[in-house]
Design a protein around this ligand. Structure first.
Ligand code: SF4
Length: 227
């Protein structure tokens, strides 16, 4: 299959042997829990046009040199790890106000703003990492959308923080269980880079076939009638 390669799902860190969840896993879980488990537990990956475009955008952003303009320091491709909340990853951009020391994470997105709050959750997780590493509060950040060329400010409210911690706990529980959720074929599957590997249509068909076979299986029928 073209473009298929293995990735390392865990952070590979040795901090108390705790498996830190990559920030990207939150995005994968938002898209499809099965996709998240395939990538981060079964270490399966494949690129499609959309992921390739996203990779290019992040490579461009992350490779920029640090610079200071108008009292703001711009650091790109910043590695973070927060063992207490169990996540790690690389931030596209962190802006630091030189006079106040305030930190401001900025995440670059390929598309446009979404109806759901998943992008905000991913950004909030970045802020939580910065807070754990620096001990200072990170009150705001921004999402920059390549398609609309729009920068959207995000406040890290108590509600958003709570939801983000819950999502991190949900992802951690799913990955720790080692169980890959079953495929649920939906129209968004056609945007999934793992479509060929997952084969959701076939899996659903198999499930239906197994169900029908079970219904008419003599063995099952006998077991049910002897109870
Ligand atoms: S093809 Fe569909 S069910 Fe399978 S991993 Fe992708 S989004 Fe999930």
């Amino acid at each position: 299959m073209p473009g298929v390669h293995l990735i390392v799902g865990s952070s590979g860190n040795s901090m108390n042997d705790v498996r830190l969840i990559p920030l990207a896993a939150l995005q994968h879980y938002a898209f499809c829990p099965r996709q998240c488990a395939l990538i981060h537990n079964e270490q399966v990956w494949a690129d499609n046009f959309l992921t390739a475009q996203g990779n290019l955008l992040h490579e461009r952003v992350d490779s920029g040199e640090p610079e200071t303009r108008k009292g703001i320091r711009f650091e790109r491709g910043v590695q973070v790890a927060a063992p207490n909340i169990g996540i790690t990853g690389k931030l596209d951009l962190v802006e630091k106000d030189i006079s106040s020391g305030e930190l401001f994470p900025v995440e670059y997105k390929r598309g446009k703003p979404k109806v759901s709050d998943w992008d905000e959750i991913q950004l909030c997780a970045q802020a939580l990492c910065l807070e754990e590493m620096t001990g200072q509060t990170v009150a705001e950040g921004a999402l920059w959308y390549n398609q609309t060329r729009h920068r959207q400010a995000v406040s890290f409210t108590p509600e958003l923080r709570q939801r983000t911690l819950q999502v991190i706990a949900d992802v951690a529980a799913m990955l720790a269980s080692g169980v890959t959720p079953k495929a649920v074929y939906d129209k968004h599957c056609h945007a999934c880079s793992l479509f060929d590997l997952c084969n959701p249509k076939l899996l659903q068909k198999d499930n239906s076939l197994q169900y029908v076979n079970r219904l008419f299986s003599t063995e099952d029928f006998d077991e049910e009638t002897t109870e």
